[in-house]
Ligand binder design. Structure first.
Ligand SMILES: [Zn+2]
Length: 410
């Protein structure tokens, strides 16, 4: 893949984009290797902005087939998500976006947990997911799921079998595609004249304001705002009709859309747009982001360097997708980071490619403890703090890089 600094075209509108940030290069997130030395390629993590359609996009996108056919991320079955699904369903019901007669389709439906919960409130549910291993789990759960990438041919196949849909859901998958218009054209085929699209995604505004640079990795090809989502929908003859805040994944947003001119547009849309437009004046929000990430980098590296030069041992906690970007941006590898602790059996024993850091269990830490842990799974901060005494020896230093630099001694 070639890296061009100038004249890079926007993937949505072909205008010339400009660079916002370059976080270095990283192997694709969630790709672990069995043995150090296995060959692996790194790709640039550069984010560009398009002044024309306002989209924020990753410059180098990888092939979706490669990224998602054997996907390992599975939606966890946890209370906080069950509550979140209730909130989503409530929002859909109280605004009359669904009824007990609604026929619903979810794209990227993963293991079917959301559809299972929705199925009690509507007439029918169906899922589509490209990962055969995960679609099987959904089918076993009783949620009918087709193994496919969703696009126009897939949507025609579903329409022929099942008819049109009243609600099409795309949760936390929309930014994972380099050509969102392909998904929207598929939705256009299958959505009833008064049907609703619900897209839930990480919201670029808190990501930028909080300096969450580790949200930037190869699966995240676009960073959505209300403004750029509204432009994208409008170009494909849809209206953005409503927006709502969602607390999952550290600040997400729900977008509701319908065929153009069919549904009333909620006042919330204009209010979000005007707040956002203020933040983007003279690149205010991008400057804030760059300042914040520079300061995080300085603080974290000076703390780690200080410990290292005092002969303290270092490791990290959380073999997450975000960890790939964290290691890339901070320039860390196995010369400083002894290992990375994780609780997932599918990752333990493997290595981060390029950085050569081994993934180990919490048990491993007890036998071979270190003095300082960089918490790469910082989004579970409260959970990690509360269980820290049962995992780590007293005096272990936990370094949380985000959302604000914090040191916690066990
Ligand atoms: Zn554009």
């Amino acid at each position: 893949m070639s890296k061009k600094e100038k004249n890079k075209e926007c993937r949505l509108c072909n205008s010339v984009t400009r660079q916002i940030v370059d976080l270095g290069t990283s192997p694709p997130a969630n790709n672990f290797i069995d043995t150090i030395g296995d060959e692996f390629t790194s790709f640039p993590l550069v984010v560009d902005f398009c002044d024309n359609c306002k989209c924020i996009q990753l410059r180098d996108c990888l092939d979706e087939e490669f990224l998602y056919s054997h996907y390992t991320y599975m939606t966890p079955d946890v209370d906080s998500l069950t509550e979140h699904y209730d909130d989503l369903i409530n929002h859909l019901q109280t605004n009359s976006y669904i009824s007990e007669k609604s026929r619903c389709l979810e794209i990227g439906s993963n293991n079917g947990l959301f559809l299972k919960q929705l199925s009690n409130k509507v007439q029918s549910v169906m899922g589509v997911d490209p990962a055969a291993n995960i679609a099987k789990i959904a089918n076993d759960l009783g949620v009918e799921t087709l193994t496919a990438f969703f696009d126009s041919p897939t949507s025609e196949q579903i329409r022929a079998d099942k008819g049109k849909m009243d609600l099409v859901i795309a949760r936390h998958m929309f930014a994972h595609n380099s050509k969102p218009e392909k998904i929207l054209l598929g939705i256009k085929n299958i959505l009833n004249s008064e049907g609703i699209i619900m897209i839930e995604n990480a919201y670029a505004v808190p990501t930028l304001q909080n300096g969450e640079f580790d949200q930037i990795y190869h699966e995240h090809m676009f960073y959505y705002t209300v403004r750029n989502m509204s432009n994208l929908l409008s170009n494909l003859d849809f209206d953005l009709i409503d927006v709502f805040d969602s607390q999952v994944h550290g600040g997400s947003i729900g977008f509701l859309a319908a065929h153009k001119g069919v549904r009333k547009v909620n006042k919330r849309v204009a209010s979000y747009l005007s707040k956002e437009d203020d933040l983007f004046i003279e690149d205010k929000i991008f400057k804030q982001f760059l300042n914040k990430i520079a300061s995080i980098k300085t603080k974290v590296l000076s703390e780690l360097e200080g410990d290292y030069s005092n002969n303290k041992t270092l490791a990290s906690y959380g073999a997450t997708a975000k960890a790939f970007t964290m290691f890339s941006f901070l320039g860390l590898d196995d010369s400083k980071i002894k290992y990375c602790i994780d609780t997932s059996p599918t990752k333990i024993g493997k290595f981060f490619p390029i950085y050569n850091i081994k993934v180990v269990s919490e048990e491993h830490f007890r036998n071979d403890p270190v003095d300082t842990l960089l918490v790469t799974a910082w989004n579970y901060k409260e959970h990690i703090k509360s269980k820290s005494k049962t995992i780590f020896k007293p005096g272990t230093k936990l370094l949380f890089p985000l959302p604000d630099f914090e040191i916690f001694i066990v």
